[in-house]
Design a protein around this ligand. Structure first.
Ligand code: C2E
Ligand code: MG
Ligand code: MG
Ligand code: MG
Length: 293
């Protein structure tokens, strides 16, 4: 009967839910062990200057090499880590490892080293009152200057105000610059740029995708370039995949970009290959706010 069919469907549905809950629980139990087991590692995606495509900085992007599952993408495990609070420990590991790598590159390559190391920070980490101390500790341990680092946070993380905003201000007080990541996709409020003055806007791939056409995204990419210029912030165009996009973004005033067109996230070895072959190019200056035109 229809009633029995319905019941069977419910049972199947409940079994699926159970399976998913079990799977999630297993994933999070395994994730908890991952840092200690050395299963996490970082790739580094170049951030380049336009129009020359020279490496200016790098963004650290975490990866999980699971013994059976293979490579698990952050899109899968970062949400789990955020829900369970494990992101706090993972984030501390990421920060320490990124700082260690940056210091090693500075020692070995001097002015050829990347000018900035970007590290992603979750909203959940900003709720930790000790976060700024963690950052200060990592800088001290590895002998880095605050300006060697760039912390990427999302608009949504600070939009709720309160504790997260306090933490951001404490980090800024250390002299560490802040970027708003995926800018334009969150609960954007331009007022946020007043309550929480940041240093860099990372304009989301969504707007870069449409930048060569006569699209709303193109209009927004244009406006964001103007806003960045008016507020004397650096704008980084994310997810640049074609030479046409790079060219157009340059015309619009973008001087920093990131995306597969230039380089995907790379192993430290592959970053070093770039550092070894490139000629000295303007480092930290290229990240400072541009003089008002
Ligand atoms: P995100 O911070 O916005 O990083 C950019 C993402 O876009 C990266 O994905 C990068 O590989 C990808 N990407 C770069 N260029 C292109 C392109 O031209 N085309 C396309 N289609 N994609 C491009 P990934 O590494 O998978 O990271 C995804 C997200 O996971 C990051 O987005 C960030 O929100 C989060 N994440 C990664 N590492 C960390 C971390 O250490 N801590 C925290 N809290 N979040 C992280
Ligand atoms: Mg990012
Ligand atoms: Mg981003
Ligand atoms: Mg993103």
């Amino acid at each position: 009967s229809a009633k029995e069919r319905g019941k069977r469907r419910c049972v199947r549905y409940a079994q699926d839910m159970d399976a998913r809950a079990v799977e999630n629980a297993r994933l999070s139990a395994e994730l908890r062990q991952a840092p200690a087991r050395g299963e996490l590692f970082l790739l580094y995606q170049p951030v380049v200057t336009l129009p020359d495509g020279e490496l200016s900085g790098v963004e650290a992007l975490v990866r999980w090499r699971h013994p059976e599952r293979g490579l698990v993408s952050p899109a899968e495990f970062i949400p789990v880590a955020e829900r369970t609070g494990m992101i706090v420990d993972i984030g501390t590991w990421v920060l320490g490892e990124a700082c260690r790598q940056m210091a090693a590159w500075q020692r070995e390559y001097g002015p050829q080293a990347p000018a900035k190391m970007s590290v992603n920070v979750s909203a959940r980490q900003l709720l930790e009152p000790a976060f700024a101390q963690t950052v200060a500790g990592a800088l001290r341990e590895h002998g880095l200057r605050p300006s060697d680092l760039l912390l990427e946070i999302t608009e949504t993380a600070v939009f709720d105000g309160g504790l997260a905003l306090e933490t951001v201000k404490a980090v800024q007080a250390l002299g560490v610059p802040i970027a708003l990541d995926d800018f334009g996709t969150g609960h954007s409020s331009l007022g946020l740029l007043r309550t929480c003055p940041v240093d860099v806007l990372k304009v989301d791939k969504l707007f870069v995708d449409g930048v060569t056409g006569d699209t709303e995204q193109a209009a927004i990419a244009t406006s964001l370039a103007h806003i960045a210029q008016a507020l004397r912030l650096r704008a980084v165009a994310e997810g640049v995949e074609t030479p046409d996009q790079a060219e157009r973004l340059y015309q619009l005033g973008y001087r920093l970009a990131q995306g597969y067109h230039f380089a995907p996230p790379l192993s430290p070895d592959n970053i070093e290959r770039i550092l070894q072959t490139r000629t000295a190019n303007p480092g930290p200056e290229s990240w400072e706010p541009s003089a008002l035109a």
